[in-house]
Design a protein around this ligand. Structure first.
Ligand code: G6P
Length: 611
């Protein structure tokens, strides 16, 4: 995890870095720090958010045209001032920021201790910077060369930027496994974990590849790999609007992102779907399109909310394409020696495109001959680059740690993919196919309608904000939505919640039900409607408090339950896109009422780039 930002050029570095760190706080926010060159190499760092660091900097003389900054999500060592980055080498000559984990740091530390080095923090990063400094001093080589040699001895993942006291125009950056983007300005360079800190200044960027080292020295950029072979940088022009990453008048990014869904779902279909012409185009799936259509089985790997999107996708693909699907937690898949045959198809679903477990699952499936389709939101992310083909979700930057608009975009893309396969295979009737395309096109309007229940949800949130447990129940397509609703509540309001298939309730969770227990039923009018009505009766018989998400116009369930939230009717397979909206809003309002930090919940990070 962690976010890193660095700058060298003709502007003041400190304001650029601080602003950039705030944009990257979604990656971690337990401490922050900055290093500047101003009559010597200075390091300022503080436990807590970037705002705490800003307070520390108040009144300091910060003039420097070069600097590095970091916002941390602790892996080695508790979050405190000492363990915060940047870290300085014992000689005082170098400072470093690092995102990732150096797995063999203990062995390297032993070697350095034998040489008389001492350490002030518990971090792997302080070991790395001393290791680099030691090589530089002993070999009298350039900083770039010392970094290269050090990285060849390192096991683990990293995105680093190093600066030196004796060279005010020099930054050395490198990556393996953790993202790093270089912004190319006019005589100035930016480094950051993603493009958001950079786009205000330039839209020309280079996504560094694993094992690449970028050295900026006196305004000139050279990229080499760790074997010392020079690389030709591929400069891309990115199209990201600043407005898309600002809050736009909403109190929290999460609320803004929930409200953006009619648009983000529309963006995700734009240029791909034209129901009137029966056209469905996925430009990122071409060469391997036949393999996908004729796949004998499909595996989906993902984590967190993306895994829930995978579960819904399993239902789409099996229903429409008649291809068996298995959905796996990437973290389990990567370590359990799964059976993968040459030509098997794997979908990796990931908002960030950087989740370490998902990346590792891809690598292991790829090594066994699988074809990988990446489904990412972040353009240029690692997963999108290691996949054979794939599709972007185009939901725009998602900043709130709890995923909302990325989930609905993932469902939208997977639905389009399933329809496309089914149409090619002939496993869907022509009329049904057209009906589905039309209904998909109508979804943004229906999501807009579902958002209209916001005030009603606020009242329900006020009533249950002190509950200690919640149960979320659904059947069929709405079962993964129950899991997602429970996850949202846990993530941001710290209330224990469980999602279950409604019929499974009687095999355990029913024992939890009493008059204190809020039970959220996702009970829309679909093929399992009658069954779920029975499940509601089972809960009411035990005096549970029922909040039911129902189809507009339903008269049966409202007569049985404590609270009703209506959503518009749609095709059963598309229901999750609509039913998840009130659940996102419910978790949001409860978290706000409990004074929780909605956008940056404790202990979580948006992008988990460590195991
Ligand atoms: C973290 C985030 C979740 C996200 C999960 C998977 O746990 O807090 O919101 O669902 O990672 O992330 P990905 O970027 O791979 O979708």
């Amino acid at each position: 995890m962690c976010g890193i930002v660095a700058y060298v050029g003709h502007q003041e570095a400190a304001p650029i870095i601080i602003k950039g760190l705030k944009r990257l706080e979604y990656r971690g926010y337990d401490s922050a720090g900055i290093s500047l060159l101003n009559g010597g190499l200075h390091v300022y760092k503080k436990k807590g958010k970037v705002a705490e660091l800003e307070a520390l900097l108040d009144g300091e003389s910060l003039s420097s045209k070069i600097g590095i900054g970091h916002t941390r999500w602790a892996t080695h060592g508790e979050p405190n001032d000492t363990n915060a980055h940047p870290h300085r080498s014992a000689s005082g000559n170098l400072t470093i920021i690092h995102n990732g984990i150096i797995e063999n740091y203990a062995a390297l530390k032993q070697e350095l201790l034998k040489k008389g080095y001492t350490f002030t923090s518990e971090t792997d990063t302080e070991v790395l910077i001393n290791f680099i400094d030691d090589i530089r001093q002993h070999q009298q080589c350039s900083l770039g060369e010392a970094v290269r040699q050090a990285l060849n001895a390192v096991v683990g993942a990293y995105a680093i930027v190093v600066m030196a006291e004796d060279n005010p125009g020099l930054l050395v950056a490198a990556r393996k496994g953790s993202p790093l983007v270089v912004g190319v300005g006019n005589g100035e360079y930016f480094f950051a974990s993603d493009a958001t800190p950079i786009i205000e200044y330039t839209n020309e960027v280079i996504y560094l590849n694993d094992f690449e080292i970028a050295v900026v020295n006196d305004g000139r950029l050279v990229i080499k790999d760790t074997s010392d072979i020079e690389k030709t940088p591929y400069i891309q022009t990115i199209n990201m609007e600043l407005e898309a990453i600002e809050k736009g008048g909403f109190e929290h990014f999460m609320l803004k992102e929930i409200y953006e869904q009619p648009r983000s779902i529309g963006d995700c279909m734009r240029g791909r779907l034209n129901a009137a012409e029966g056209r469905l185009v996925l430009g990122g799936i071409r060469e391997y399109s036949n393999k996908l259509t004729h796949a004998e089985r499909i595996l989906i790997v993902a984590c967190g909310t993306s895994w829930h999107a995978g579960l819904v996708s399993e239902y789409f693909i099996e229903e429409f394409c008649r291809i068996p699907v298995e959905v796996e937690y990437a973290s389990e898949f990567r370590y359990r020696n799964p059976v993968i045959n040459e030509g098997d198809v794997v979908f990796a679903i990931s908002q960030s495109g950087e989740t370490a477990d998902t990346l590792a699952a891809i690598e292991s499936a790829k090594a066994k001959g699988a074809i990988i389709f990446g489904l990412c939101n972040v353009v240029g992310s690692s997963i999108s680059r290691v996949s054979h083909e794939g599709a972007y979700t185009h939901a725009g930057p998602e900043i709130g740690v709890a995923s909302t608009k990325a989930f609905t975009a993932q469902l939208t893309v997977m639905f389009m993919i399933a329809l496309r396969i089914a149409h090619r295979k002939g496993t869907i009737a022509e009329s049904k196919y057209h009906q589905m395309l039309v209904e998909l096109e109508n979804i943004p309007g229906k999501v807009e309608e579902a958002l209209a229940v916001d005030n009603q949800i606020k009242e329900i949130a006020a009533r249950y904000k002190e509950a200690r447990n919640f149960l979320y129940l659904g059947r069929g397509y709405n079962f993964p939505v129950a899991l997602e609703g429970a996850l949202k509540l846990k993530e941001i309001s710290y209330i224990h919640a469980e999602g279950y298939p409604a019929a499974e309730m009687k095999h355990g969770p029913i024992a939890l039900i009493d008059e204190e227990m809020p039970v959220v039923f996702i009970a829309t009018q679909d093929s399992s409607y009658d069954k779920i009505v029975s499940n509601i009766q089972e809960v009411k018989a035990r005096k549970g408090k029922v909040i039911a998400i129902v189809t507009q116009g339903d008269t049966v369930i409202p007569a049985m339950v404590d609270h009703v939230i209506e959503v518009p009717a749609t095709e059963e397979a598309l229901m999750p896109l609509v039913t998840v909206i009130p659940l996102q809003l419910l978790s949001y309002h409860i978290a706000v009422m409990r004074n929780c930090n909605v956008d940056q919940p404790r202990n979580l990070a948006k992008s988990v780039t460590v195991e």
